[in-house]
Design a protein around this ligand. Structure first.
Ligand code: FE2
Length: 282
């Protein structure tokens, strides 16, 4: 069995990545400095946890998959995942290493539990991963990544209940995988934002802060909230928050918040939470 060390929920947005690259070159924009500063404790937490592997639940933004055929759930089983070029060139970071020996048993276990995943022997990762990655780790990335991509773009998207069940299944898989890895489970999805239509620019700091608080011990309350309701109050793209339920359900019910932080630099609510698994198995 592998040991689950803890979980992270974190926002992503293209500007987060852009502002990182600009910030390390020229100093951070005053609006983005709080996000850089606010992610330092998570980076330190990861340094102390020393995970060997990280399961990442994220969504692609039509930079690898497209609307011709959009998989509901896809799992990356490759040994390496390059960065996706989103149209303005690659950022100065290496690709991410995977671990097929870790990935396949997890994939098989999820299928046995009823999650019919698309297996990706090639997969490029867009800002759904790369926008936050350098805030949490220094390159070359010190751990192997198992990406699980969720369709959050082409409706109907998976229900909150389904995403929660995926997390519970992931937990079973990790604790029975016959491997001996130290694992952090991370889910990423933008907090409140809407980037099209008449409500372009909608954000909802109150909702975001409620979400960050409730994910720890009131996940049932969140999961019971239809995605459509989140889209109404927090913007259509805030539907991505439902992926955080997968991370939460992969942890023990008794997992507790080690740290959380929120800021709203521009367009998208940026929050992060790190949860400690109470008794790492081993
Ligand atoms: Fe996104």
């Amino acid at each position: 069995m592998s040991r689950i060390l803890g979980g992270i929920g974190i926002a992503h947005t293209p500007s987060m990545g852009y502002q990182y690259d600009k910030g390390v070159r020229e100093g951070f924009d005053p609006k983005w400095q709080p996000w850089y500063d606010g992610t330092r404790p998570v980076k330190q937490w990861l340094r102390e946890k020393r995970p060997s592997h990280m399961v990442v639940i994220y969504n692609d933004h039509m930079n690898y998959f497209d609307l011709k055929a959009y998989p509901t759930f896809a799992i990356g089983v490759a040994a390496h995942f390059p960065q996706a070029d989103e149209g303005y060139g690659l950022r100065p970071f290496p690709g991410v290493d995977g671990d097929p020996d870790f990935a396949w048993p997890i994939a098989r276990s999820l299928v046995r539990d009823g999650f019919d995943l698309t297996f990706c022997q090639e997969l490029e990762l867009d800002h759904g991963v790369y926008s936050w990655l350098p805030y949490l780790f220094d390159a070359p990335w010190p751990l192997k990544v198992l990406p699980i991509a969720v369709n959050m773009l082409m409706h109907p998207v998976p229900t909150p209940q389904r995403l929660h069940a995926l997390g519970a299944s992931l937990r079973r898989a990790l604790l029975n995988d016959g491997a001996n890895r130290d694992v952090v489970v991370l889910a990423t999805g933008g907090m409140s934002h809407q980037i099209h239509g008449t409500k372009f620019g909608l954000t909802n700091e109150k909702w975001d802060r409620y979400f960050l608080d409730a994910i720890e011990q009131r996940q049932d309350e969140l999961v019971a909230t239809p995605v459509e309701e989140i889209m109404q109050v927090a913007g259509t793209e805030a539907a991505e928050l439902a992926m955080w339920y997968t991370m939460r359900a992969a942890l023990a019910v008794s997992a507790r918040t080690h740290y959380s932080f929120y800021t709203l630099p521009a367009v998208t609510g940026c929050g992060v939470i790190a949860l400690d698994e109470p008794e790492p198995r081993g």
